[in-house]
Design a binder for this molecule. Sequence first.
Ligand code: NDP
Length: 239
Amino acid sequence: MNKPLIVITGASSGFGAACARLFSSRGYPLLLLARRIERLQEMALPDTLCREVDVTDRAALDAAVREAEAKFGPADLIVNNAGQMLLGKLSEQDPAEWERMLDVNVKGVLNGIHAVLPGMLSRRHGTIINISSIAGRKTFPNHAAYCGTKFAVHAISENLREEVALQDVRVITIAPGAAETELLSHTTSEAIKDGYNVWKEQMGGVISAEDIAEAVRFAYEQPQNLCIREIVLAATRQE
Ligand code: NDP
């Protein structure tokens, strides 16, 4: 039987790219979204539509999902993964950075949900996986705005899960600890970046993007009547 369409936001690096490679290797058709479309295309995955979409643009996200569904059939999974981490102290940080994180990490997730939920509810089948963070369950120094966005992702996910449970749509939160990706590189404070890197070294290393992709796959490939509500995963030595 043909496998259903999977939509992945922020698929041009890190967790999103690892999810794309893993699901493609298992035969799923994909819609991959990010701003750097060349990075999506370079992966050259079969049965894959790549579109340059900023997740803050709800109309563009909707249009890309409709286009992929016309080609591959209804979306059965969206991985709302696109996110930015701009660490800083609220007293010092440029407000444009909180606004960007709120727009991408929170409204971007809502936009992804909006693009697939009506179809999933009408089919009474589908899965929404939101990538949060351990920073969505506990706080860390210099993370106030970022933690705020990730606590919001947990709240949105759990509330939506309750809202759609009786219509057989699953909502799952994945909360990774520190992992090796491009995420930290966008923080503007060199001192904070250096401190974060020292913390990772002292821990003896962090987990990989492939570890997160495997958690996403595991949660999704359970039978539809079983909803893994949340997975929290991190390096054993992360506190
Ligand atoms: P990366 O920086 O490697 O990847 C982030 C992805 O998000 C990129 O593909 C980027 O693509 C995309 N993205 C950023 N802004 C937008 C936007 N406005 N519209 C569309 N896509 C966007 O980081 P990770 O893989 O680590 O991050 C993935 C998710 O995991 C994020 O939500 C992050 O908060 C979360 N996370 C990461 C952890 C870590 O330690 N790495 C730990 C816990 C959670 P492009 O720039 O091409 O648009």
